[in-house]
Ligand binder design. Sequence first.
Ligand SMILES: Nc1ncnc2c1ncn2[C@@H]1O[C@H](COP(=O)(O)OP(=O)(O)O)[C@@H](O)[C@H]1O
Ligand SMILES: [Mg+2]
Length: 255
Amino acid sequence: MTEVLSLSGVSKRFGGIVAASDASFGVEDGEILGIIGPNGAGKTTIFNVITGVYPPDGGSLSFRGVALNGKRPDEIVRMGIARTFQNIRLFSNLTCLANVMTPLLQRKHYGVWPSLLRTRAVRKCERESEQEALSLLEAVGLSPFSHQKASSLPYGLQRKLEIARALATKPTLLLLDEPAAGMNPEEARALSGLIREIHGKFSLTVMLIEHHMDVVMRLCSRILVMNFGAVIAQGRPEEVRRDERVLSAYLGRRA
Ligand SMILES: Nc1ncnc2c1ncn2[C@@H]1O[C@H](COP(=O)(O)OP(=O)(O)O)[C@@H](O)[C@H]1O
Ligand SMILES: [Mg+2]
């Protein structure tokens, strides 16, 4: 297996808070890697550092052999890393279709004049993007809502729309930040199925932060456990489930 993403000694502080502390791990090509840990453990911070939202205070990150340190978020997206947000971020006044088309159109650069004149080539390009967006909406089960405003959807569906929008940037690595948050067990199970489907269909490597243990246990081939900014354990789901440090840091509260 080849490692697509690697973090070495990554740390991030916010004032006196150590949000990430000397985090080192790799992500294998094609795996679904789970990240679990209590609130405030630094899980989202790891995603923020990977996607260039915050520069790390120390350590290095590389994606497919290219350093991510110092790269802007848009450059990192173009390298093939996409994410969804724990706090949903959509263009709430735009339709689902427009939300997914936006990143598709951003990928095409046809210059100012052709755009203003809406040349035949530009119109063709827009039609193609629309078709592509519709098929991405179909892939996440949102076809019936294509022309509804994003804000009119219930949260569970907005999370799926975020996934479709992330897919529109053509990622090879997809970071999902609590995609099942606020869902009941049945909805969470359906979402697991969807994640597995798009993982196969789009040949993705996936990093998944999630509190629904059944989702994590069902989907992930490997799990990282974070606490107080540090990776305190990693292993296969059945190993992590039995790990003493994990039980006391996290699972113990449910057991
Ligand atoms: N932008 C920020 N400014 C200040 N503190 C932050 C910021 N982002 C995260 N933190 C702090 O860093 C710690 C880790 O947060 P976070 O990565 O969001 O944890 P998790 O996603 O595991 O719940 C928390 O104490 C949080 O309050
Ligand atoms: Mg978080």
